[in-house]
Design a protein around this ligand. Structure first.
Ligand code: NAD
Length: 295
């Protein structure tokens, strides 16, 4: 329990619904460990109250706020600046009240998307560099888009997006276009129903990411990959799902001889730790948090 005084600073978490979130637990453990006198509190904020809630970051001199649904895609209009990756993927999950040279908050609010940063930081921690990689990415929702854009900006050479023909498919086509126009990465979009093409492109890929939620409740018995023969042993296999810790897809990959197989815990941890660093200007306690979260 933090020792709250008149000096304690506030970080918000603004979404609706939000009461189930683990974020305040993660943030408050980290603030305590690095000796930052701050707390994160969750606030039920929807699109109707978002403008006032963002203005309160300035009025109350808060350090900033984490932003989740339904606010991620609309919050940009209330901010002063948006980081390039967040702008390209059209979603912001972290609003930082920037500081002046003396460390005081200025009221100039900048938006970031730490989901993509978190995924790639988790890869880096495993010694994996995205530069020049060929990647197959399944999904075109919020998580996939953040991973795709950050990876493309940071040096992924080829990005093959696959999705089912649902309402997210057109978003995938847009993201491919945005990546091709704004980065050196060559991106294309495919129907996940085309299993022959999925097999062919997985066969040539260095990295696979499933960012669909397949393998997570209520789809815990399912996988987007028809069978283990789609994987080659050198393929790095990642899932954004972290509960369960091992999805059906991860089991298939291991059965096929893949040794570098990762769940979404790293992404989840680092998206939070990067936000904590942005809010506080201090390095987050990676090993301590891994231990606390059982990673
Ligand atoms: P979203 O709703 O924005 O996107 C869902 C995606 O899954 C879409 O591309 C959709 O077409 C696809 N999809 C849905 N049902 C499908 C099915 N039956 N078969 C194949 N594809 C299907 O969701 P999101 O926010 O992008 O989250 C996706 C997953 O990533 C979830 O499991 C979420 O928990 C996880 N996630 C993890 C982290 C992390 O930090 N590890 C962060 C964000 C999201």
């Amino acid at each position: 329990m933090p020792n709250i005084t008149g000096h304690t600073e506030l970080v918000g978490l603004m979404a609706y619904p939000i009461r189930h979130s683990q974020s305040p637990t993660t943030h408050n453990l980290a603030y305590d460990k690095i000796g930052v006198d701050a707390v994160q509190l969750a606030f039920e904020v929807d699109n109707d109250s978002l403008k006032d809630a963002i203005q309160s970051i300035r009025a109350l001199k808060m350090l900033g706020a984490n932003i989740s649904m339904p606010n991620k895609t609309v919050v940009h209009q209330y901010l002063d600046d948006v980081d390039e990756a967040a702008r390209l993927c059209g979603a912001i999950n972290t609003v930082v009240n920037t500081r002046d040279a003396d460390g005081n908050v200025t009221g100039f609010l900048k938006g970031y998307n730490t989901d993509g940063m978190g995924y790639w930081q988790a890869m880096k921690e495993e010694g994996i560099d995205c530069k020049g990689m060929k990647m197959v990415l399944i999904g075109t929702g919020g998580a996939a888009t953040a991973v795709a854009v950050r990876g493309a900006l940071d040096g992924v050479a080829e990005l093959h997006l696959f999705n089912i023909r649902d309402k997210f498919y057109p978003r995938g086509e847009e993201i491919v276009d945005i990546i091709n126009r704004n980065t050196a990465c060559k991106a294309d979009m495919h129907d996940l129903g085309d299993k022959a093409l999925l097999r062919e492109l997985m066969g040539q890929a260095d990295l696979l990411c499933d960012a669909t939620g397949m393998g997570m409740h209520p789809l815990e018995d399912r996988t987007n990959i028809p069978d283990p023969s789609y994987f080659h042993p050198e393929l790095i296999v990642t899932d954004t799902v972290y509960a369960p810790r091992e999805t059906v897809m991860m089991k298939q990959a291991k059965e096929a001889g893949c040794t570098r197989v990762y769940n979404g815990m790293g992404m989840m941890l680092f998206q939070a730790l990067i936000a904590i660093e942005l809010f506080t200007g201090k390095s987050a306690p990676v090993d301590y948090m891994k231990k606390k979260l059982g990673i």
